[in-house]
Design a protein around this ligand. Structure first.
Ligand code: NAD
Length: 253
């Protein structure tokens, strides 16, 4: 494993010159430079007293739908002004250099698509959408039924709407997960970027990739459980490291 803060990219650049299939797994860290708090940072202000791990569950919504809905509405409000950062844009640009480049994201903010990434697999849903908590169908906000509180209700069955995100204890969308596993097992280079590597099953994707022979790169300012198994560890912010990688890849020689 190489672990050099000044980073000699040469082993990675050499791999990328011949690679045709790339996967980039991203987590909340990729959006940190867009001003969106990571889970660890999401306990600010009004919400400091709550554990996000306890708000992001179906049980919490069943018990206190208003509290959970309002927490997600606060997070959705943060998104309204958020813009993709240099890391998102560099990934979208990097993808154009390869025949197959898939972004597999745990993020629910939609910023990869906004930055122009063409192939994005959203493992945990999207905060901008809402769905019926009973029927699970997506409901546009303008079609939702109002309630006496800030909660919205399904126009068909009257059940409360919930954010279309995957909560702890819930299964991931099956088709998305299958595509992500297939991509991981077929890729030549796998990037794990801005994720703490603690949330399964996304956390297993780097291992699948490496076991199938991929070159594994971790990009994160902090150590994670994955660090020891990576072929290359880059201790930097994604908004700085990814544009630098792109420049190096494009430079002649
Ligand atoms: P996490 O909050 O557990 O970990 C974030 C990781 O990003 C940390 O390892 C941290 O060191 C790293 N990081 C911080 N700033 C960085 C930067 N500038 N560049 C690169 N890395 C940086 O997030 P996770 O691993 O994605 O898992 C937590 C869950 O939280 C996921 O399921 C995700 O859906 C959800 N989540 C999503 C968002 C979002 O959509 N933006 C925000 C918060 C949480």
């Amino acid at each position: 494993m190489q672990n050099d803060p000044m980073l000699d990219w040469q082993s990675l650049i050499a791999k990328l010159k011949t690679a045709t299939r790339i996967v980039a797994l991203t987590g909340a860290g990729v959006s940190a430079e867009s001003g969106i708090p990571t889970f660890r940072d999401a306990q600010t202000g009004l919400w400091a007293q709550y554990d996000p791990l306890e708000l992001a569950t179906p049980q919490a919504f069943a018990r206190q739908p208003q509290l959970v809905w309002d927490w997600y509405e606060w997070r959705r409000g943060l998104l309204a002004h958020a813009q993709p950062n240099a890391g998102h844009f560099a990934l979208a640009e990097l993808a154009k250099r390869f025949p197959h480049f898939v972004v597999v994201t745990q993020n629910i903010d939609g910023l990869h698509a906004q930055a122009g990434s063409a192939e994005v697999i959203e493992l945990h849903g999207n905060l901008r959408r809402a769905k019926c908590s009973r029927e699970e169908i997506i409901v546009a906000r303008e079609d939702a039924r109002a309630t006496p509180t800030s909660l919205l209700a399904c126009p068909h069955c009257g059940a409360y709407l919930r954010p279309d995100v995957v909560w702890f204890g819930e299964a991931l969308p099956r088709a998305a997960l299958e595509r992500a596993v297939r991509a991981a097992m077929q890729c030549h280079v796998f990037f794990s970027i801005g994720t703490s590597g603690l949330v399964e099953p996304a956390a297993s994707l780097p291992r699948f990739a490496r076991e199938a022979g991929a070159f594994l790169v971790e990009l994160n300012p902090e150590p994670t459980p994955l660090s020891a198994n990576a072929d290359l560890v880059v201790r930097a912010k994604s908004g700085e490291a990814l544009p630098r990688l792109l420049r190096q890849l494009d430079s002649p020689g």
